[in-house]
Design a protein around this ligand. Structure first.
Ligand code: 5AD
Ligand code: SF4
Length: 446
């Protein structure tokens, strides 16, 4: 039996899809990249931005007709859109067998069996206190050396534009013992790098009596022998504590890289977004981070064209980009999410204006990214090898602790994924670096 999974959206969804595949593998299934050969097609949806329904219905329009050719084929939709729509999805898309919500991931095998037995559509979208599936390990990622580990799910922040609290439910922290055991197993299986995942990792454990806080969890994880690199996402700036900042100074294997979503540079816009910080308090945290860990690479999310965002407000966002100098930004045009507070806000920004602001963000950031990468030339960096370079040519690819991609020729050495090598950066390209492998004595010299 074969499962095909199509994933939209964030890292959390990618990790959830990994978990689904794991659940079915444990039951003797295998994964296929060809929907036409699958016995089960799962679409794992995201509704954070844009028009997720369009994409979903077009996918269903491709997959449901396959059932005519393959009797017994089961089609299922999970993730945030499934959570929002529930059985209404099946009214819109007859032939859709299963709708499973964000807390029902672990139940998919059981739901598939029930559909095969009872030949009727099923929809399960209840929220539970502890989302089902959190304890399912996704296992190592495709490269075998890095892995994502979910530590919490849901969000209680209710930023005014955001659908996540409605579709992922209340914040729930997974018990730390299970997290640590999962990472120990991953390391034993050869994993060198973990990414701890949650919608708002900084508030990990705070609402569970007796649970570790996030900085303490990080220290425990960092002490696992053989784990070379730790990353985490996402951090809400308002909850970035001094203790967490101190962890960047203390823990060598905590990578000097942080995704810290700014969203907007104007205090008035931040206030209407309900973000709980000002541009000045954000910048203060950035300064502390850079003092704790010089050279830390920051990335961020930006929303342009939030209701009421004036040209002057947008100018503040550009000013912050200049001031912080992020490695990379993920910028989006604001899009209304029905049911959120901002959906009722007046003074929508015209689409053309949003487009224009987005392109100004990209333009500015391209220059900053180029400057940051150019400044890397000549430096020596430790590269965690992920595999042969996608550009081919016998080159290898890896990432620096700052999460910058480096491609390099192998020289006489045949690198293996998971190797930590010393590389001298020789060239900056648009989104990556090139380097020369340092060997023997040259690798030791600074
Ligand atoms: N419109 C545009 N972007 C959004 N994001 C979340 N909700 C919206 C929305 N309604 C962006 C934010 C968030 C990222 C995951 O998606 O920047 O950090
Ligand atoms: Fe959405 Fe805000 Fe929660 Fe992030 S912190 S998931 S933007 S509500």
């Amino acid at each position: 039996m074969k499962i095909y999974v199509e994933t939209y959206g964030c890292q959390m969804n990618v990790s959830d899809s990994g978990k689904l595949v794991r659940l079915f593998r444990e039951r003797g299934w295998s994964q296929t990249a060809e929907p036409g050969r699958a016995d089960l097609i799962v679409i794992n949806t995201c509704s954070v931005r844009e028009k997720p329904e369009l994409k979903l219905f077009s996918a269903l329009g491709r997959y449901i007709p396959l059932k005519k050719r393959r009797p017994g084929l089961v089609v299922a939709v999970g993730g945030c859109v499934a959570q929002q729509w529930g059985e209404k999805l099946q009214e819109r898309a007859p032939g859709l067998d299963i709708v499973f919500g964000t807390h029902q991931l672990d139940r998919l095998p059981e739901l598939v069996e029930a559909v095969c037995r009872e030949h009727r559509p099923l929809a399960e979208t209840d929220f539970k206190r502890a989302p089902g599936g959190l304890e399912v390990a996704a296992g190592p990622g495709a490269d075998g050396i890095s892995a994502m580990v979910t530590i919490m799910q849901g969000c209680d922040n209710f930023c005014s534009y955001c659908i996540v609290p409605y579709v992922r439910g209340r914040e729930y922290s997974r018990p730390s013992a299970g997290i640590i055991a999962e990472i120990e197993e991953l390391v034993a299986a050869g994993v060198k790098e973990v990414m701890l995942l949650g919608q708002n990792v900084n508030s990990y454990g705070l609402k569970t009596p007796g649970e570790l806080s996030f900085p303490v969890l990080l220290r425990r994880v960092a002490a696992i022998p053989g784990l070379r690199r730790i990353r985490f996402t996402t951090s809400h700036p308002k909850d970035l504590s001094d203790e967490l900042i101190a962890a960047f100074a203390e823990l060598d294997n905590l990578c000097p890289a942080l995704h810290l979503p700014l969203q907007a540079g104007s205090d008035a816009v931040l206030e209407r977004m309900g973000r709980g910080y000002t541009a000045a308090s954000y910048l203060e945290k950035v300064e502390k981070l850079r003092r704790a860990r010089p050279g830390i690479a920051l990335t961020t999310d930006i929303i342009v064209g939030f209701p009421g965002e004036s040209e002057a407000d947008f100018g503040e966002t550009l000013r912050l980009l200049e001031e912080v100098r992020y490695d990379q930004i993920f910028s989006f045009k604001y899009s209304v999410r029905p049911g959120t507070r901002a959906a009722a806000f007046p003074d929508g920004v015209p689409e053309e204006e949003k487009k224009e602001r987005l392109s100004r963000c990209h333009h500015l950031q391209d220059r900053i990214t180029a400057e940051i990468l150019a400044a890397e030339v000549g430096r020596r960096r430790e590269v965690l090898v992920t595999g042969p370079s996608r550009r081919g040519g016998g080159e290898w690819s890896g990432r620096t602790p700052e999460n910058r991609i480096v491609n390099f020729p192998a020289r006489d050495l045949e690198p293996a994924p998971g190797d930590l090598l010393s590389v001298r950066i020789t060239e900056a390209l648009k989104h990556s670096l090139r380097g020369k492998l340092l060997m023997g004595m040259e690798a030791d010299a600074v």
